[in-house]
Each structure stands twice: as C-alpha cells, then as structure tokens.
Design a protein around this ligand. Sequence first.
Ligand SMILES: C[S@@+](CC[C@H](N)C(=O)[O-])C[C@H]1O[C@@H](n2cnc3c(N)ncnc32)[C@H](O)[C@@H]1O
Length: 262
Amino acid sequence: MQEVNESIYDHPKYYDLVFGTDCAAETKFILGCVGQYLDRPAKRFFEPACGTGRLLYSLARRGHVVDGLDLNPKAVAFCNARFERHEMPYRAFVADMSDFRMKRKSDVAFNTINSFRHLPTEAAARGHLECMADAVRSGGLYLLGVHLTPTDAMPSDGESWSARRGHLTVNTHMWTNSRDPKKRVEKYGIRFDIHRPSGSVRIVDELVLRSYTMRQMDALIRHSGLWESIATYDFGYDLNDPITVDGTSEDVVYVLRRRPNR
Ligand SMILES: C[S@@+](CC[C@H](N)C(=O)[O-])C[C@H]1O[C@@H](n2cnc3c(N)ncnc32)[C@H](O)[C@@H]1O
C-alpha cells in the first residue's frame, strides 16, 4: 500500500468519516446538558477547534444557531462547503483557539475529543479559557472533553476502529509513541488506511499533545477563576451516568459553567 506522512487534519473528508461515528451520541449529550445544566434554553452554540464541523452541522440540522473556528484552513473550507451545500447561513473561520474574539456570545460551547490538548503550553491553555469566557455568556456552559493521564493506573495504549461510507472504507489505528510527564508532552502515532475502488493508501501522522493529570486540569480550571466545574462524564456521553474523576480516570468531559463577571 502506498504510504504518505501527512497531517490527518489536512484530509477532512477522511477525518469526517473516521470521527463521524460518535456524532449522534455527542450531539445528544450536548443538547442533554442544555436541559440539565443551563438556566434557560440555548440559542447559540460555539465550537473552538471545530475541524470539519461534523458537530456544528449536526446541531444546525436540528435548527440551532452555530459558530466555529479552527486553525486548519482545509478543515474550515470543508466545514463551510457543507453549510453552503445545505444552504445554511453559518460559516466557521480560521483562528487559533488560544487567541480569538467572537462577535456574539454563545449559550453553550463544546470542545470534544482532546482538541484542547493541542495547545502546547500553560499560557496557551490559560489564554484559551480566557477567550472562551469572553465567548460564552455568564451562566453559559463549556463542555470540555480531554483524555487525562492517569496517575494511579497504567495509561491505556492503542485503539483501532473502522468507518465506511459507500465504497470508501477507512481503518484507523492509534498508538502511543512517547510520553514525557516532566515536559508534559505525549506523542501519538495515528494512521488512516484508506480503501477506495481506485486503490488504497495509508496516511501516517503523529499528534503531539500536552498531557494533563487530574490535578493539573483541576488547577488550570481553578486558576482561571472564570469557570466552575459542575459535573464530569466519560466519553460514553451518558447524562444519567456522571463520573467522579480520580487518579485512574482517562476520558473525561468537564461540564464547566461560566462564572458571573465580578
Ligand atoms: C481531534 S480534531 C477535533 C475536531 C472537532 N472538534 C471534532 O470533534 O471533530 C482537533 C482539531 O483541532 C484543531 N486545532 C489544533 N490546534 C488548534 C488551535 N491552536 N486553534 C484552533 N484549532 C486547533 C485541528 O486543526 C483539528 O481540526
């Protein structure tokens, strides 16, 4: 099979298929949080690091108003082409999630599957929480999904899954290349094996993510002074099954509430 070393984010069509499978559960969870944790109905939703906009589109299809941004222009173009195709008035834009400003405030923001960990430093992470606090109204929610580094258990290693649409199949495998807890850098290999009637190709990439233990994440949220963690879930996205985060936890969705301005 032909093999290329490229960013998976530069291949929005394959990315969208590979990560599309959880879309229904994530959308249900986001909307469920509105009912459970918001003081009034949600009008506007915002996703930083929206990628292909699979979740924005899923919410827009249900009649919600959406905003999004992403650093990758190819992902943003893919996202906006889908909005255009479906005659939806929304457009994501290219920006860095650690330094941006929104024209309008949202009721609910969300950032799933570890995108937040792309921010490489504490300063960038703090900048992100500050920008998000500006983008979400007082009392609004930020649903932040991160994979924590467990301190009381061995971290899980390796994951494979498959997705198919018509004649296109993408088999994905992810594995750990290295962990440096002192520098707080984890490197993951990821490959897409793409099978089409015209032939097969393998895309290989490495994701460099900042690591967070439970305590490091708690300290970041507390230090911001802008967000209060009001509930936690795992990536099962079951609203009836909140979790208590401890030293063995890995996949965690923090339900953060925007504190009122002082
Ligand atoms: C794992 S994908 C998630 C995309 C989308 N949230 C989803 O659930 O499908 C991570 C995304 O983060 C984006 N990203 C990485 N660093 C970023 C930054 N500093 N600002 C904005 N987006 C960033 C990447 O371009 C990529 O689209």
